[in-house]
Design a protein around this ligand. Structure first.
Ligand code: MLT
Length: 199
C-alpha cells in the first residue's frame, strides 16, 4: 500500500491516518498535527479507485458495500500496519487509528472483526458496516466517535447507534460526540478529540 511516514518526537502520539472517500495520504496530516504537534504519522492511501477517488474498499453505490473487498482490504491494511510497525519498532498498542468516513469505517471494522493489539481509535463520522461475525472481548479497546446528527446524508442514526453498540456490547470503551453539522468535520469535534487524547 502507498503510505507516508513522518517520525515525530519520542513523547508524541502515534497516529495511523485513514482518509475519507476521495482523499489521499496527505488529507489528514494537518488534522493529526492539530491533535498533537509532536505526533508520529503513518498515513495510508486507500487502494481502491472509484471514478478517480481513493477508497479503502469497494462499494456498488452509496452504502452498498462490497463485503468481499472489505474483508480483503482489511487484511491488506492490517498486514501493512503490522509490517511497518515491526520495521519502525513501534508496538501495535501504541498506535491510535484516526479515520474519517470511509477510513473510519475500515478502521472500526478492523477492531471489531480482527484480533489485533491495535487498541485506540478516533473515528470521525463512522457507521456500522453491519458485519458482526466475531465475539472476542474488546475491553482493551478505547474509541472516540463522532456523529453528524440528522443532517448527515450518509450516516443514519440507526447505523451510528449499531456501531457504538457493537463496541459497547463487547466491553469496548466508547466516547460519543454529536455535531449536528452533517458529514463534514467541524473544529469543535476536532477539539473534543484532542481533549479526549489528553485523558
Ligand atoms: C463509505 O463508503 O465507507 C461510507 O459511505 C462513507 C464514505 O462515503 O466514504
Amino acid at each position: 500500500m502507498e503510505y507516508l511516514y513522518q517520525a515525530g518526537k519520542p513523547n508524541g502520539k502515534k497516529f495511523i491516518l485513514l482518509h475519507g472517500t476521495g482523499g489521499d495520504e496527505t488529507s489528514l496530516i494537518e488534522l493529526a498535527k492539530f491533535l498533537d504537534a509532536d505526533s508520529t504519522i503513518l498515513s495510508f492511501r486507500g487502494t481502491i479507485e472509484e471514478e478517480g477517488m481513493n477508497r479503502f474498499f469497494k462499494r456498488n453505490g452509496l452504502n452498498q458495500f462490497d463485503f468481499e473487498s472489505l474483508e480483503k482490504e482489511t487484511d491488506h491494511l492490517l498486514e501493512a500496519i503490522n509490517e511497518i510497525s515491526a520495521e519502525k519498532a513501534i508496538a501495535l498498542e501504541d498506535w491510535i487509528l484516526v479515520g474519517y468516513s470511509n477510513g473510519a469505517n475500515i478502521a472500526a471494522h478492523m477492531l471489531l472483526e480482527r484480533e489485533t493489539a491495535l487498541a485506540e481509535g478516533i473515528f470521525f463520522h463512522p457507521m456500522s458496516l453491519e458485519v458482526h461475525t466475531q465475539s472476542f472481548n474488546l475491553s482493551d479497546k478505547r474509541i472516540w466517535v463522532s456523529y453528524g446528527g440528522a443532517k448527515d446524508p450518509i450516516v443514519s442514526d440507526d447505523s451510528f447507534a449499531e456501531l457504538v453498540a457493537a463496541f459497547r456490547d463487547r466491553s469496548g470503551e466508547v466516547t460519543v460526540v454529536e455535531t449536528n453539522y452533517g458529514h463534514q468535520l467541524t473544529m469543535d469535534e476536532v477539539q473534543s478529540a484532542r481533549e479526549w487524547l489528553k485523558g
